[in-house]
Design a protein around this ligand. Structure first.
Ligand code: HQG
Length: 258
């Protein structure tokens, strides 16, 4: 795990400059430097496209309630502010089987992620094996932010970049960390709502998407009861002009009926 590595610095020169948007702010990153411990970072001052990230220790999850999504009280995420009459909801269909199996080109495959930039275990490790370039994009996205927990409650939609079949990979940042330091369930659930809306907004700006497949996010290593996450998804309010509001929930045969 990153926290256990010795002090020092790691430089990641990105193969291609990375364009990303975080909370509406466009960012361009060409190199990432990860600092651990007492390292002089003054040589990186003025290098605009270099993101210098300092790894921090300590459990910061409890600060997060105040940092999820847009908390400025306006109504720009479709789920805050004044209630809408008869809001459009997601159409959710349930499917049994492997989420990856025969997924058509231009399907979005959705999973939940920590904000640290690694897909270590669970279905995340399957994504890492199948989509190595998308994994790199995910890492760059996380390391482009000085304070990674700012990703909580946001989503990253990664376009197809690993050959065929052409699949989009979507990361819902629903917990800052993982393992024993994962975010508490109420934080994960709140983040799931805002992240899913963020993802749907991005999906609905894409022209070629053919479908959206979601696994039972949060219900494995994040240990949030599936019914709670399902209720969050059912309650989401979609924008009226969104074309993509149908999601497929894929459950493994062992999970069906639970
Ligand atoms: N092929 C397949 N098709 C369909 N469903 C499949 C499947 N394979 C597994 N599932 C199910 O997919 C759900 C999610 O279960 P997971 O435990 O993976 O994820 P989660 O969302 O609770 O937690 C996220 C953290 O897990 C990772 O691990 P690390 O932190 O990296 O170590 C990440 O990086 C995050 O941090 C469970 O219902 C699994 O049965």
């Amino acid at each position: 795990m990153a926290d256990e590595e010795p002090a020092g610095e790691i430089q990641l020169a990105l193969a291609t400059e990375h364009q990303t948007t975080i909370r509406g702010e466009p960012r361009t990153v060409e190199a990432v430097v990860i600092i651990r411990g007492d390292v002089d970072t003054s040589k990186y001052e003025g290098k605009e496209n270099t993101s210098v990230v300092r790894e921090t220790k300590g459990n910061d999850d409890m600060e997060l309630d105040h940092q999820i999504g847009d908390n400025d009280g306006d109504n720009d995420d479709g789920n805050q502010g004044t209630a809408r009459k008869n809001p459009k909801r997601l159409t959710i269909t349930e499917h049994e089987g492997d989420i990856f199996h025969e997924a058509p080109d231009n399907t979005v495959l959705v999973h939940a992620c920590n904000c640290q930039g690694y897909w270590g275990r669970g279905i995340a490790s399957d994504f890492a094996g199948r989509y190595p370039q998308a994994n790199l994009s995910h890492q760059q996205h996380c390391y482009s932010l000085k304070d990674k927990k700012g990703l909580l409650g946001t989503a990253q939609l990664i376009p197809p970049m690993d050959g065929t079949p052409r699949h989009y990979v979507a990361c819902l940042y629903t917990s800052v960390r993982t393992g024993t330091r994962k975010s508490p369930p109420e934080v994960v659930l709140q983040a799931t709502g805002t992240a899913m809306i963020d993802l749907l907004r991005q999906i609905n700006q894409e022209k070629q998407i053919s479908g959206i497949r979601v696994c039972r996010i949060n219900s494995g290593l994040f240990t949030v009861p599936w019914d709670d996450t399902f209720a969050v998804l059912q309650a989401l309010e979609c924008e009226d002009d969104w074309q993509h509001t149908a999601i497929e929930l894929w459950s493994l045969p062992t999970e069906k009926g639970k």
